[in-house]
Ligand binder design. Structure first.
Ligand code: GAR
Length: 195
């Protein structure tokens, strides 16, 4: 069975969508660990509900990024993680983690990259008045929301859309497509079995 970790910093609606889909479809895979850099985040409660172990850490209590990334790597190895899925992890991945898991870390971003990287991507797109918005799943490198693109999905914005409706529509798109891309990267077929 393939094992992967999800990294998140906040609400965790994508985390929940991934775990729910995996369970509904009975994938030959499991989320063996949640990694969270905000010990008070809602996503930790969600992991508890699903009985998924979490490693929640306070970055400030480590000497530097390399030190907390070494602690993360230790946990990833303990849980046999083969793929790292960033789902709202609002922190750049550093050299230590990239060297250990390079090419095995993916991220989802709520814009059609390379447009609108960074925080509040949906707000940035809304204020720019775009007529097409969307999501991107990509491999992670040392940059902010950079790295080779794996998949993108788009929605058309119409005159009735507000920032709130666009945010809702983008989340819905993420919840549908991130599990599908993860399943493919794990080498599982449509039914979640080994392809
Ligand atoms: C998601 O929209 C995700 O695309 C975004 O954070 C949100 C987390 O929501 N990530 C980024 O902006 C990465 N630069 P969630 O905690 O409800 O899953």
């Amino acid at each position: 069975m393939k094992k992967f970790a999800v990294f998140a910093s906040g609400n965790g609606s994508n985390f929940e969508a991934i775990v729910t889909r995996l369970k509904e479809e009975n994938w030959d895979a499991s989320v063996s660990l949640l990694v969270c850099d905000k010990p008070q985040a809602k996503v930790i409660e969600r992991a508890e509900t699903f009985h998924i172990p979490s490693f929640a850490f306070e970055p400030k209590s480590y000497e530097n990024k390399a030190a907390f990334e070494r602690a993360i790597i230790e946990q990833l190895r303990l849980h046999d993680v083969e793929l790292i899925v960033l789902a709202g992890y609002m922190r750049l991945i550093g050299d230590t983690l990239l060297q250990a898991y390079g090419g095995k870390i993916i991220n989802i971003h709520p814009s059609l990259l390379p447009a609108f990287p960074g925080i509040d991507a949906v707000g940035q797109a809304y204020r720019a008045g775009v007529k097409v918005a969307g999501i991107t799943v990509h491999y992670v490198d040392e940059g902010m929301d950079t790295g080779p693109i794996i998949a993108q999905k788009a929605i058309e914005i119409d005159e009735h859309d507000t920032l709130e409706t666009i945010e809702q529509r983008i989340h819905k798109l993420e919840h549908k497509w991130y599990p599908i891309v993860i399943k493919q990267l794990l080498g599982l077929n449509n039914r979640g079995e080994k392809a």
